[in-house]
Write a protein that binds this ligand. Structure first.
Ligand SMILES: Cc1cc2nc3c(=O)[nH]c(=O)nc-3n(C[C@H](O)[C@H](O)[C@H](O)COP(=O)(O)O)c2cc1C
Length: 219
């Protein structure tokens, strides 16, 4: 598949068929994920691929505890100008659908990263925390985006979810994630029920500056 076609259509897919995905395809998707860079080329990542029905159900049960939080989040949010109330409602329904059907995906991928202790001597403890957070995110989310695009190229749908982070200890127990590792996402993956439609976003002209904050980028 052409790269730009994948980028422009790899939208959030929350309705996933239970049909199994061949192991060699999942393996190709993971192999694309690990082509991403990471700080110091540490490659401290681990991708937990959950295919066992009991384990998937346990993760789905944990995720479902966040249902009210999600409902409230969509219902009470101040809508940014690029999202209409109808779109917000559609996203809410889609998020609630996933909450009820999470376990049905043939696989759930949980990308994790070793939590490198970082202490830059001249930074305050708050600055160190912020630095470490961004370094960690930047060392796993590019791999996750590779995974999303590779999945798209095989006709697989997925969605990056983070709601489980509100119940991290429970996820840790179910999956046996060691204390010195953090999970960064939980991603149901499989063949989607719906077609891949084009991703819509705010235009570049609204989100890019040139040379200095506030000077519009001429698209
Ligand atoms: C950091 C991050 C966290 C997200 N967490 C969740 C989540 O917990 N549950 C969920 O259903 N979707 C989650 N999403 C999916 C977003 O809602 C989705 O990317 C966004 O609505 C754009 O959807 P689209 O690609 O279909 O336009 C998350 C996305 C990102 C990037």
């Amino acid at each position: 598949m052409e790269l730009f076609d994948a980028i422009y259509s790899a939208r959030t897919m929350r309705m996933i068929k239970p049909d199994p995905v061949p192991r060699e395809i999942l393996n190709r998707v993971l192999d694309a994920a690990i082509r991403a860079g990471s700080a110091y080329n540490n490659q401290h990542w681990t991708f937990l691929v959950v295919t066992d029905a009991v384990q998937k159900k346990a993760l789905a049960d944990i995720y479902r505890q966040g249902a009210e939080h999600v409902r409230d989040g969509y219902a009470k949010r101040v809508l940014p100008p690029h999202i209409t109330p109808a779109e917000n409602l559609k996203d809410l329904n889609s998020a609630m659908y996933l909450i009820e059907h999470y376990h049905e995906a043939p696989a759930i991928i949980v990308p994790c990263l070793y939590n490198v202790p970082i202490k830059v001597p001249w930074l305050t403890s708050e600055q160190n925390t912020l630095f470490a957070l961004r370094l960690a995110g930047a060392s796993i989310y590019p791999a996750i985006q590779n995974l999303i695009l590779a999945a798209r190229s095989f006709g697989l749908g997925t969605v990056l979810t983070t709601l489980h982070l509100c119940y991290e200890d429970q996820v840790r127990r179910v999956l046996g994630i060691p204390d010195d590792h953090l999970s960064f996402a939980m991603m149901p993956i499989g063949y989607p029920v719906e077609e891949f439609r084009r991703v819509t976003r705010k235009p570049v002209s609204k989100v890019a500056f040139e040379n200095r904050w506030g000077t519009p980028w001429r698209a």
